[in-house]
Design a binder for this molecule. Structure first.
Ligand code: SF4
Ligand code: SF4
Length: 196
């Protein structure tokens, strides 16, 4: 039901081809089923490093940094999902902020999701969440051994990214550089960092 793609360090499941997880169903029958790709991915230094090391700085600048619907923070960029206009027609007055966020998610589609092929990003550009998230519907069908494997794979994916980001955020901070104040210098810095 799940497999580990060692080369790209990502967990894959054939169940995602026809997602049936109740939490991730679309908010209206006219919307496509995109499962957990209703998410707004956060692109961290780890992914930016991979892009610039693969000579894909143009991709980073055009599709991430200058994306028209993104939020740039000091060391990461959120690529906001497209939210279907039907969401604005929903009455959310009585909903808590969590319920409203859940409803919004059901009308959302990640900008990188393509109906035919799913994720259009290169696997190496997908963040740790996208490479490791497996919903509870799948998880509860796994035997004990596979659940342990899943936990180990997830920890290893998250740890690699966290270790990289913590180290390089600190280094950039000591130089006074952020994605907000000098993206060119951050790119130049990341280009000097060896690939792991
Ligand atoms: S991980 Fe679960 S929620 Fe996400 S697409 Fe696959 S089946 Fe759906
Ligand atoms: S980046 Fe790819 S895997 Fe992640 S939410 Fe978007 S389409 Fe899905």
């Amino acid at each position: 039901m799940i497999e580990y793609d060692q080369k790209n360090k990502q967990i894959l499941s054939s169940a995602c081809l026809s997602c049936s997880d109740p939490y991730f169903q679309p908010g209206h029958s006219s919307l496509p089923t995109v499962g957990c790709c209703s998410y707004s991915p956060i692109i961290s230094l780890f992914e930016i490093h991979r892009m610039v090391k693969q000579n894909d700085t143009d991709f980073f600048i055009n599709n991430i940094y200058n994306n028209p619907n993104r939020t740039v923070s000091e060391y990461h960029i959120i690529i906001h999902a497209h939210v279907h206009p039907r969401f604005q027609r929903q009455n959310t007055d009585q909903l808590s902020s969590i319920e409203k966020a859940d409803l919004k998610l059901s009308y959302s589609i990640c900008q990188f999701f393509e109906r035919k092929n799913g994720c259009s990003l290169l696997p190496s550009y997908k963040n740790a969440t996208c490479r490791s998230f497996i919903c509870s519907s799948i998880e509860q069908q796994l035997d004990d051994h596979t659940q342990k494997q899943l936990l180990n794979w997830t920890r290893s994916i998250q740890l690699e990214t966290k270790t990289f980001n913590t180290y390089h955020e600190k280094a950039l901070k000591s130089k006074g550089l952020t994605l907000k104040n000098n993206v060119e210098a951050v790119i130049s810095y990341l280009q000097t960092v060896k690939e792991s």
